[in-house]
Ligand binder design. Sequence first.
Ligand SMILES: NC(=O)c1ccc[n+]([C@@H]2O[C@H](COP(=O)([O-])OP(=O)(O)OC[C@H]3O[C@@H](n4cnc5c(N)ncnc54)[C@H](OP(=O)(O)O)[C@@H]3O)[C@@H](O)[C@H]2O)c1
Length: 334
Amino acid sequence: MATRWGICSAGRISHDFTVALKTLPAQDHQVVAVAARKLEDAQEFAKKHSISRAYGSYEELARDPDIDVVYIGVIHPHHLSTCLLFTNAKKNVLCEKPLAMNAKEVQEILASAKRNNVFLMEAVWTRFFPTSVEIRRLLAQEEVGEVKMVRSEFGAPLMHVPRSVQKELGGGAVLDLGIYCLQFITMVYNGEKPECIQATGVCLETGVDETVVVTLKFSKNRMAVFTCSSGLQLPNDAIIVGTKGTIRVPSNMWCPTSLVVNGKETQYSLPEPYLPLNFVNSTGMRYEAEEVRQCLLKGLKESPVMSHSDSLLLAEMEDEIRRQVGVVYSQDCQ
Ligand SMILES: NC(=O)c1ccc[n+]([C@@H]2O[C@H](COP(=O)([O-])OP(=O)(O)OC[C@H]3O[C@@H](n4cnc5c(N)ncnc54)[C@H](OP(=O)(O)O)[C@@H]3O)[C@@H](O)[C@H]2O)c1
């Protein structure tokens, strides 16, 4: 039986996710419906992607009995209310990153998923790329010895994108880009909470962070450092340094197609999209979609690879970094 997807929002990432889904076998994944705030947007999206049902409200999608899981691609200030809408309607959910604006909101979402006994995962797609699977295998087998340092960066010039710069749209580099560096670091350090976080950054006049540099210290004198920026194009690679060697993820570290282990590079190709994409390598979202299918088939309520505690840890670290850099969203004051 195919996993029946509902797509919530007709925006840029929803387009790419739908294209990614269609690179998977049709007997495994079907897009059944799309919902947008405006019916015309949903209808246009449905036409473009040959989806049979289009709804002019998210509530109608929540009431559709033929949906196994909803993909939420709305901007992050609306993740909380949208996640709650679907979890309370007993729908399984894959929600775009960041799961919410802060740890308090993440806790609310996780509690609602548990209460309603539904599956929920933050769409940290990088974790499911073949390169990430290989990194976890290499680390488990201690191929580079004991890891002592992780370095990562994600920077792109996004000053022209309203949702990157405006506070009420959830702007800020840490929540949008830094999260990829943080998830990489916490994946390598196996979900461990850092002993110490030191962050410094530059903010825009809108009150959101533009460029942030963070150092993290973990137990047993293990370190990490990352830079994120919505103003600058950075090299965007990531490196794991162990006592016996290194693993490098060449750009783009959030959607990688190659891995360099002790100097030896291996390529991992992605399928071609059937329509032009808004973001780089988006057909790689197929791996997180397949993870959702496998979890649902097993009756799991969270993914062991991107668990609820992983999402909470990310949100807590993002809160602490924003506190040190001085970025406060209205959601922090509620
Ligand atoms: N995984 C990735 O690689 C990746 C890449 C980009 C973005 N993202 C994440 O995906 C989410 C959406 O990003 P995007 O670039 O796709 O954004 P977008 O196209 O600007 O907006 C996505 C949708 O959010 C809703 N929306 C936009 N502005 C709104 C407002 N002022 N009030 C209420 N709803 C609003 C709209 O839904 P309707 O269509 O229903 O009107 C819109 O289509 C973000 O949380 C982002 O972090 C992930």
